[in-house]
Write a protein that binds this ligand. Structure first.
Ligand code: LLP
Length: 426
């Protein structure tokens, strides 16, 4: 029996429970979406993504004259998502040749693309130089050597001036997050330590064809407190005055109603303030949000396939670690509800369909009298869900459905069984 119909704040902006007690996202009834498009499915409220993008841009422009929001495309690398952020005027962070390809295909101007990576290949660097991306973020000396060789071999388009680059620094600051997604510590696999940074700056400045325009740091992801961001900015500024500072991404989101991340506005204000305090007001400021742009705009729909009671009540659905690896990788917690009976009280384990005991989506779920055939929804699945989806156990990856004003459209189709063998050579 339902006891409460309040919608948790972790659902997409504009979501509601309609007159029939069913979840609506982007004006679409998710029970009808499940019927029309099948499950599992990622359902995205398009307006949620747009309004978060606008909130980042407005917060920055109100405080700093030269401010750009760079979408970390790894968080949700679907063409429709990239196109949406390109339309909103954002730049794009790519971390591989594949992401660079997707960003260019989605319409980002090359000069708005920032190339990251701690193991960039010669081919990836050659493409970046040829396409003339806005910034290459140099992570290590091997990469610098490869750039030097490529430029000596004529990889830079003629008459276009030097390639602008940043140096990535691990500022020796780590926020409170899962160790697998903490990157700012000096022993990180990313970037130069504070000790090595001065020599790296000199080395980059000595390469003809490269223009060192600034510094970058990304201290980690899913950070729920602001002080580490300011410490990171202070550390970067201490390495010298440059025209560009890229302070990375990392703003955390609420996956469950008990988590309270800083607002977008407070996060941007803290970054701007730190830049002003330590590097003055003239430099260009870039930030690279991924998760905080896309996580809460999306929910996943599943169908309950089976129930089992032993010590626990097990509610098993038609997806799991193939569409959401985060519980397994980072012990991430999610909420869950029966999509047309919110506010349930039956304590249960929401389990996936994969052949591993660890394939659990929500360890401590409370659902209203769950039954086979019910549609279950988990909110806040937009970041790194589609991105890290896989075909374990031959499970086709879910579609992505954009919803807006009651209209739904498939922007990524569901995989088919034939897709599963599309690369097999007979
Ligand atoms: N910039 C750089 C250089 C990054 O490496 C990342 C994330 C970002 C920006 C965006 O960070 P965000 O705003 O999304 O926190 N798969 C993990 C997250 C890995 C993040 C990797 N880098 C997860 O599902 O939590």
């Amino acid at each position: 029996m339902s006891t409460s119909t309040a919608l948790s704040p972790v659902y997409p902006l504009g979501s509601r429970l309609n007159e029939r007690g069913r979840l609506e996202v982007g004006g679409c009834d998710v029970i009808e979406l499940a019927r029309e498009f099948g499950t599992p499915a990622f359902v995205v409220a398009e307006e949620d993504l747009r309004s978060r993008a606008r909130a980042f841009v407005a917060a920055g422009r109100a405080r700093h004259q030269d401010f750009q929001v760079v979408f970390a495309s790894k968080a949700f690398p679907a063409r429709a998502v990239l196109e949406l952020f390109a339309q909103e005027g954002l730049w794009c962070d790519v971390a591989s040749g594949g992401e660079l390809h997707l960003a260019l295909q989605a319409g980002f101007a090359a000069e708005r693309i920032v190339l990251h990576g701690n193991a960039k290949s010669r081919a990836e660097l050659a493409t970046a130089l040829r396409e003339r991306v806005g910034l290459i973020v140099i992570d290590n000396l091997s990469e610098l050597e490869r750039l030097r060789e490529l430029i000596a071999d004529g990889a830079l388009p003629p008459d276009r001036g030097p390639q602008s680059v940043l140096i990535r620094v691990a500022p020796g600051v780590s926020g409170d997050t899962h160790q697998k997604i903490s990157t700012g510590q000096s022993r990180s696999k990313f970037g130069f330590s504070m000790l090595d940074a001065p020599a790296a700056i000199e080395a980059v400045q000595s390469v003809d064809g490269l223009a060192l325009v600034g510094l970058h740091a990304h201290i980690g992801s899913q950070l729920l407190e602001l002080p580490p961001f300011a410490e990171s900015a202070a550390a970067l500024a201490g390495l010298g005055a440059f025209p560009v500072y890229d302070l990375g991404g990392g703003l955390g989101v609420a996956y469950t109603a008990d988590q309270h991340p800083p607002s977008i506005e407070d996060y941007v204000a803290a970054n701007v303030q730190a830049l002003h305090d330590h590097a003055g007001t003239n430099a260009r400021l870039l930030i690279e949000p991924g998760r905080s742009l896309v996580a809460n705009g999306c929910v996943t729909l599943y169908t309950v396939e089976s129930l089992k009671r032993n010590v626990d009540l097990w509610v098993a659905v038609d997806g799991g670690m193939s569409d959401n690896l985060r519980p397994m990788l980072y012990d991430a917690r999610y909420e869950a509800e029966v999509a047309d009976r919110f506010g349930g009280e039956a304590a249960c384990v929401l389990a996936g369909k994969h052949c591993e005991s660890g394939d659990v989506i929500v360890r401590h779920a409370h659902l209203d009298d769950p039954r086979p055939g019910d549609i279950v929804v988990t909110p806040a699945t937009g970041a790194y869900g589609h991105a890290m989806a896989n075909n374990y156990n031959g499970v086709p990856r879910p579609p992505v459905i954009f919803c807006r004003d009651g209209e739904a459209r498939v922007v990524v189709r569901r995989e088919t069984y034939d897709d599963l063998q599309a690369r097999d050579v007979r």
